[in-house]
Unconditional design. Structure first.
Length: 255
């Protein structure tokens, strides 16, 4: 869906034109990375790749930000067209590479990575598309709501990893240019960073940005006077609770 629907500032046709005029190409997709140190573990990831000249670096991050955070999924007619086109292309891909598709399907029964790849780009994915289209034709609203929900949960600062290929001359521009993306992404939920932000807002923590030899500036946190008091109170409360629980265990161990 992404890059194929309207966004806040572009129609989907204008978006394609801007990408073609200002970049060497933009690709979005799902991939997986095997953990060679802990097989068969793997990490699934959504990737956004864009190729630009240094003078278009700001645009590269801006257009990725536009697509990830400002895409509109409310055009039911357009969504239906995309779903059917995607299903048609998947069918052609499976038919033209039927042997490879069959092998990938077979390996999915004993390989977690292959199972994931089958769900995101194989026979199971085609079946999934078929089911989605069938339900979408009955009622498009649940799919629209799910697309919006997944986008908000997936595209956050904590989920982001940037890989930047350049020569020495191109590296200094990265820190400032990538703010066009990072500033647009929400903090996300279920990670340590939202907690740090909340503690900072209530004056329990203070933060400052410092230069890093590894790239962009990093944020360093420290306890404020109020934070020290809260930590002392929490430690006292925890010690009391721990003593109470330990006492229960000792009581039953002695019986």
């Amino acid at each position: 869906m992404l890059s194929l629907v309207d966004t806040e500032h572009y129609s989907y046709s204008d978006l394609t034109s801007e990408i073609n005029l200002n970049t060497g190409g933009l690709s979005l997709g799902i991939t997986s990375y095997v953990n060679l140190k802990k097989l068969p573990d793997f990490t699934g990831a959504f990737s956004a790749e864009v190729r630009v000249l240094y003078e278009k670096l700001d645009f590269g991050f801006e257009i990725v930000s536009e697509i990830l955070t400002r895409s509109k999924f409310s055009d039911e007619k357009r969504l239906g067209e995309i779903l059917k086109t995607t299903r048609s292309r998947m069918k052609m891909k499976l038919e033209n590479g039927s042997h490879s598709a069959a092998v990938a399907r077979a390996t999915s029964y004993f390989s977690p990575t292959s199972a994931y790849n089958d769900c995101t780009g194989g026979i199971r994915y085609y079946q999934f598309l078929d089911d989605v289209i069938r339900e979408f034709e009955k009622d498009p609203k649940p799919l629209i709501a799910k697309l919006e929900e997944v986008s908000k949960k997936l595209f956050t600062k904590e989920n982001m990893l940037i890989s930047y290929t350049c020569d020495k001359a191109g590296f200094p521009a990265l820190s400032e240019s990538m703010k066009h993306l990072t500033d647009a992404l929400p903090e996300g939920e279920g990670t340590v960073y939202p907690l740090l932000t909340r503690l900072e807002k209530r004056k329990s923590l203070a933060s400052q940005k410092k230069e890093s030899p590894l790239g962009p500036q990093r944020k360093y946190y420290s306890l404020t006077e109020e934070g020290e008091k809260e930590l002392e109170e929490f430690t006292r409360t925890w010690d009391e609770f721990k003593g109470f629980v330990d006492g229960i265990f000792k009581y039953y161990e002695g019986k």
